[in-house]
Design a protein around this ligand. Structure first.
Ligand SMILES: Nc1ncnc2c1ncn2[C@@H]1O[C@H](COP(=O)(O)OP(=O)(O)OP(=O)(O)O)[C@@H](O)[C@H]1O
Length: 333
C-alpha cells in the first residue's frame, strides 16, 4: 500500500511487500504452531515522507522498525530500503544511509561509529567529535538544535541530556532513511520541538524518509505526511495526513485514540464470544517463543558464514549471496 498521493515523481525509499515475521524460538526456528507476529504487511514510502507509526502496546511497531533497520532477518524481497535488503546489506547501516534510533544506548552509539557505552566518564565533546568524516556544519547545527553542552560528562548528566547526545550521535551522518522508535520520551518540550523541526527540514530539503513510532502526539499535529496504523502485526490503515484530516475532525491524538478504542472493544467482544463458546479467551502463547534479540552466536541454528560474531556490530561479509538460509532465524539486537 502506498500512502503518498504525490509519490509518482519521488523515489521509492522503503518497500515492504507481504512482510511475514515470527520471532524464532530457542532452536532458531519459529515455534511449531506459532502464528506470525507480522503478516500481510505491505507498504511503500517515498523520499520526503514523514511517517508516523501508531498502534497499541505490543502491536508490532518496534518489530517492524527493527526489521526495516536490518536487525531481524526476513526474506530479502520482503523488505527493501533504498532498493537493498537491510539485513543482508550491512553497508546500508554502516554508511549512515539507514539509521535506526531506538532505546538501546550502547548499540546505537556503536552504530554511529564510536563503540563506547554512552554512560561512561567521557565528555559529550569527545563522543561527538570522535566520529570521523562528519560535516562540521551539520555537527554544529545538531549541537545547537539539541542544545548540547560539550563539557557534559556523560556519567553525570540527566537521562534527557544523555539522550540528546545519543540522538546527536545518531544523526551526525546525513541519513536517507531514519527509523525512530520513540526516542523523545526523555526530552523536554523545547528539545523535542526543535528536534522535530530539524527532522522535518531533513525531509523537506534533503528528501530523507522518516518513520517514527510514538505514543506521544504533542506537537505532532503538523509534522507527519503519512500515518500508518498497525494492530496485531497487521496493517490497518496507511494514509496521507490530509486524508486522515478529511476522515476525522478530531485532533491527531483523539483520532488515534478512537482507532485504538475501537480495536480494544473489538478484541474484548471476540474474547467474550470465545469464552461463551468454551474457547480460550486469549491466544495461546507458544512456549519458548520469547527470545532475547541480539547475538546470533546464541542461536543454536547459525546462518553459514554470515560474517557476524558475538559482540561484533558490522558484518565483514555483505551481500545476499552469502546467506544460505532466509527464514526469520537471526536476530540482531
Ligand atoms: N525478542 C522477542 N522475542 C519474542 N517475542 C517478542 C520479542 N520482542 C517482542 N516480542 C513480542 O512481539 C509483540 C510485538 O512487540 P513490539 O515490541 O514490536 O510491539 P510495539 O508495538 O513496539 O509495542 P510498544 O508500543 O509497547 O512499544 C509483543 O507481543 C511482544 O511480546
Amino acid at each position: 500500500m502506498s500512502v503518498n498521493r504525490n509519490s509518482d515523481s519521488k523515489p521509492l525509499t522503503v518497500e515492504i511487500k507481504e512482510l511475514k515475521f515470527t520471532y524464532p524460538g530457542i532452536d532458531g526456528h519459529p515455534p511449531p504452531g506459532s502464528k506470525p507476529l507480522i503478516e500481510h504487511f505491505s507498504l511503500n514510502l517515498f523520499s520526503g515522507d514523514r511517517c508516523l507509526l501508531v498502534g497499541s502496546n505490543g502491536a508490532g511497531k518496534t518489530t517492524i522498525l527493527k526489521i526495516l533497520g536490518g536487525k531481524h532477518m526476513v526474506e530479502p524481497e520482503m523488505v527493501r530500503v533504498l532498493g537493498r535488503s537491510a539485513f543482508h546489506d550491512t553497508a546500508l547501516s554502516s554508511s549512515g544511509d539507514l539509521c535506526y534510533l531506538g532505546g538501546e544506548w550502547r548499540r546505537d552509539v556503536a552504530f554511529a561509529g564510536f563503540e563506547v557505552p554512552i554512560q561512561m566518564d567521557i565528555s559529550a565533546e569527545k563522543m561527538i567529535f570522535g566520529v570521523a568524516g562528519i560535516d562540521p556544519e551539520r555537527r554544529a547545527e545538531l549541537i545547537k538544535v539539541l542544545d548540547i553542552n560539550l563539557s557534559w560528562r556523560l556519567h553525570k548528566v540527566s537521562d534527557g541530556q544523555r539522550r540528546r547526545v545519543q540522538i546527536c550521535m545518531g544523526l551526525l551522518k546525513p541519513f536517507k532513511v531514519l527509523l525512530l522508535d520513540e526516542i523523545t520520551v526523555d526530552l523536554d518540550v523545547l528539545a523535542r520541538a526543535d528536534l522535530l523541526k530539524f527532522l522535518k527540514k531533513e525531509c523537506d530539503e534533503r528528501g530523507a524518509t522518516i518513520i517514527y513510532a510514538t505514543h506521544i502526539f504533542d506537537g505532532l499535529e503538523d509534522w507527519p505526511t503519512n500515518i500508518v496504523y498497525v494492530a496485531h502485526g497487521r496493517l490497518q490503515l496507511a494514509l496521507p495526513i490530509e486524508k486522515v484530516r478529511e476522515m476525522s475532525k478530531l485532533s491527531l491524538m483523539r483520532t488515534v485514540e478512537a482507532w485504538l478504542r475501537k480495536e480494544r472493544d473489538e478484541d474484548r467482544r471476540k474474547r467474550k464470544e470465545n469464552k461463551a463458546a468454551g474457547l480460550p479467551e486469549f491466544e495461546k502463547q507458544v512456549e519458548g517463543s520469547r527470545v532475547v534479540g541480539g547475538d546470533p552466536a546464541r542461536a543454536s541454528v547459525r546462518v553459514t558464514n554470515n560474517g557476524w560474531a558475538a559482540g561484533r556490530l558490522h558484518s565483514t561479509v555483505a551481500g545476499e549471496e552469502n546467506f544460505l538460509l532466509s527464514s526469520n532465524r537471526v536476530l540482531r539486537g
